[in-house]
Design a protein around this ligand. Structure first.
Ligand SMILES: NC(=O)c1ccc[n+]([C@@H]2O[C@H](COP(=O)([O-])OP(=O)(O)OC[C@H]3O[C@@H](n4cnc5c(N)ncnc54)[C@H](O)[C@@H]3O)[C@@H](O)[C@H]2O)c1
Length: 271
């Protein structure tokens, strides 16, 4: 997600700094961006000159101090509250501009928790992009109880006028809007399959042809990653205690067994 966010910023003509924990991981992020830009040229979405210019706007690093002069920081590290809180604490120390916005791409961690790790909670906000970032047109803006209206408005302008994407605004509640609606649907599909109610192929075909979804729920779980689905379902269940949100045992066993979906070559289907 971090490389996707850096790519759309660079394509919009902003100087973007991509920081990861090792030179290899930062280089892997850059390789993903190069491949994605190459594909965009092939599909005639951008010219070769646009691709070249985007790459010139991009800097890589492993040292968080590299972002000290930035006006907008988008954290997209692993979905772990401890790691994210530490990143926000460090950003608060090093970021120079008092007006800089500190945003998180978290799918489920409360924004207020990240804000409390800083001395500038009015400037901390959720900016939830969708995967793959260059293709998906939506960003959820998630203010915490302490985010200022000015921060929200500046984020709205950044997403719509600079990146050319659409925004929706969601409260700081588990799942925001999209995952709060999507996760119960995906979890229900897994439960239906686990209960032997229907085959996975028929569940997916039913939702594709019956509701015109581009893919069925179990294929979508494999695309998103079953570990990510489990993490989101756990957080939603924790927040609302609604049994309909509880992750089915099959999902947990699949994650324990490494059946994570497309990225692992196996999930509900083989790839
Ligand atoms: N995968 C999705 O579909 C999706 C969609 C929307 C939001 N998100 C959210 O985006 C975030 C990242 O998800 P992802 O799927 O890209 O995860 P990922 O595990 O693929 O990538 C996380 C990256 O963060 C790096 N990292 C870890 N600790 C770091 C640190 N202290 N400083 C700098 N970099 C660090 C890792 O090396 C890795 O490259 C999560 O919060 C996730 O919930 C994911």
């Amino acid at each position: 997600m971090g490389s996707g966010i850096a790519e759309v910023c660079a394509r919009a003509g902003l100087d973007a700094v991509l920081v990861d924990i090792s030179a290899e991981l930062a280089a892997a992020g850059k390789a993903r961006i190069e491949a994605s830009l190459g594909k965009a040229v092939e599909r005639e979405k951008i010219t070769d000159q646009d691709r070249q210019e985007a790459l010139e706007h991009l800097t890589l690093g492993t040292d968080l101090d590299r972002v000290a002069g930035c006006d907008l920081l988008v954290e997209a590290v692993v979905e772990d509250a401890r790691v994210k809180t530490e990143v926000f604490r460090r950003l608060d120390e090093i970021v120079e501009s008092p007006g800089a916005i500190l945003a998180s791409n978290t799918s489920s961690i409360p924004i207020i928790k990240l804000a409390r790790a800083t001395q500038r909670s009015g400037s901390v906000v959720g900016l939830h992009f969708f995967n793959p970032v260059p293709v998906m047109n939506l960003v959820e803006i998630v203010p915490s109880l302490e985010t200022s209206e000015e921060t929200i408005e500046r984020c709205r302008v950044f997403v719509t006028d600079v990146l050319g994407k659409e925004v929706i605004r969601a409260a700081d509640r588990a799942g925001f809007i999209v995952n709060a609606l999507l996760a119960p649907y995906l979890v229900s599909a897994i439960r239906m399959y686990e209960g032997g109610f229907a085959t996975k192929e028929d569940i997916d075909k039913g939702m594709q042809l019956g509701t015109n979804h581009p893919m069925g729920p179990l294929a979508l779980c494999d695309l998103i990653g079953n570990d990510t689905i489990l993490a989101i379902a756990d957080v939603l269940y924790d927040e609302y205690k609604d049994p309909a949100l509880a992750p089915p045992p099959l999902l947990r066993r699949m994650v324990e067994g490494g059946l994570l979906g497309r990225k692992a070559g196996r999930g509900f289907y083989e790839y």
